[in-house]
Write a protein of this length. Sequence first.
Length: 619
Amino acid sequence: MDFKKRISFLLALLLLLELLPMGGFAQTLSLDPVAEVIRPGQAFLIGFDASGEEDVSLVLKRTPESDTLLSVVALSLASSGGRNGVWWNGTYNGQPAPEGEGYLVLTQGENMTAVPVTVGPVVPMLADVSLSGREITPAKGPTLSLSTSCAGLLTVRLLQGNVLYTVYEARREAGAVEIPILAEGLSDGAAALEIVLNDDYGLTAEKSDLTVTLSGFAEEKAVEGMRIDDLMAETIPLFVEEDFDEIVAEEEIVLEDQHQFTPSWGSPYYGQDTTLNYWTLPMDITDEAAVWKMLTAPVTVVDTGKKNAQKTQVVIRAEPDEKAGGVGVVTCVSQSVHVLETLDNGWSLIECYSSSFHDSKVKAWNMLVQGYVQTSLLKTTVPDQTLGLVVDKLTQRLYIFKDGALFSTLLVSTGLANARQPYNETRSGEFLLQLPAVGEFRSDNLYCSLAIRFNDGDLLHEVPHLLNKDGSKNYSTTEYKLGTRGSHGCIRVQRKLTPEGTNMMWIWKNKKKNMKLVIWEDWQGRQLSYPDDDTVVYVNKNGGKMYHSAATCSAAKNVTFEPITYAELESDYTKLDRCEYCAPVLRRSEIDEINALHAPGGDHDPILTEARAKQAAVQ
């Protein structure tokens, strides 16, 4: 090469280097695919890779080339080269993104990338809720004012003791509404006001922290409202099976079997760990051998060595630095963590469900988080090898495993979060029961017996009771909720004996230190399968009112039930209810209701989602 050509080549090379960012060749600007339907009002995390520290903008357009913005995620957002993320709730300046197909468009300087998205309807929300007064008499009552975010079935009820009185129930379009609160057939005293909005896609918004006082009512009137037992027997489905099939076909949603989901579903490190443990095992209770191996496998806990460590927490840091911000908290000694990487600088990258309570330093309500703790605090513990417990939020069941196999099933109630108390959600994860056990404690006017601590303020205990004037126990306000959410974060367990002779008392008598309790998350998209048609259940063909999981049951002493198939149960015995002692298989209609609530693209708990989004905005 002659001299002039050498000079030209060097000048061209220098010019190219000047155009590149400091540090070498730029990383590619990219956006993570968005598989779920965006529901305005429901926050989700958008991940992207930036090609440098220049600000980025992320907007919603009908097409990537369009000059018209449908909505804005962020403008002039500061970013760092490499991995970034931003939370979005599908709105901009309070306005929801329009429904339909579109593209999220990410720009940085002259670079642009886009991914297709689908925007669905706004999630149900109740806003501007107020009462003109708090007293109800037979002649008049206050006016309830509120606004709804979407069309749906709006229900207003009064709950007094074991009576649930429906004040108002009608389908409403989105917007403001005023409802007079009138009642008949109730007694003098306090009552809770419950407001529920169910949309056409199975999502629910609920508010139940308002109370009113009734006066001038006769104490022992016949109740013209609906009792709770009647309500449970005549529950209005969110939508019927035919409607659900139409919605699925319309949205082209592919239902995913629950067995595909693991507790680490949604983690950026999902699939990297190939060992069998709580985090990698699919949430399939029928694979008894695999569940038992998981229940007896060693766990890693955080142990600061402090006294009463099971009631203390450690902050999980965003970076391997004690001064870095917190992404979550972990309870010491009892809560296990998933170790993803051990660094050379004395820190380890872990993940777990954040055990944030009302007084925790980081308010990350039951979020699956990844961050750093000091490696010196990590300790391996071997759980008890004879018994293990699995609680599944999706089915609201507790499964007792004994000596390698599923031994018995109990009904439970896990936490029911509300807008004022998002920390009521029972935190998912892998835990070790702590001894000595707590025993009985009181929560307001409820007595909780046989309590065993497993996660700081969360305990496993018998379904709570009230005390009658004669000192006897009254379970009427809590027992009917077993099999559904209903607690403040603890796990309420049935007291009635199963055919195997188990209940919370059985767990209490057989408890052992470091007996493992795992809690499975009801991830959106998990779906229950119908039992096989030849599955055997048991009935009393001579006038029985319930069906059972075994030939004998504590619900009917000295009676032996006859076997029938699940297909016969669904065709010839449709009026029989499930036994509340032996937790038999669910009916298809009940499974449909659970699946509709957890359908892909939805949000089974918009209240908790909204609370998380608000907290993320504060942080």
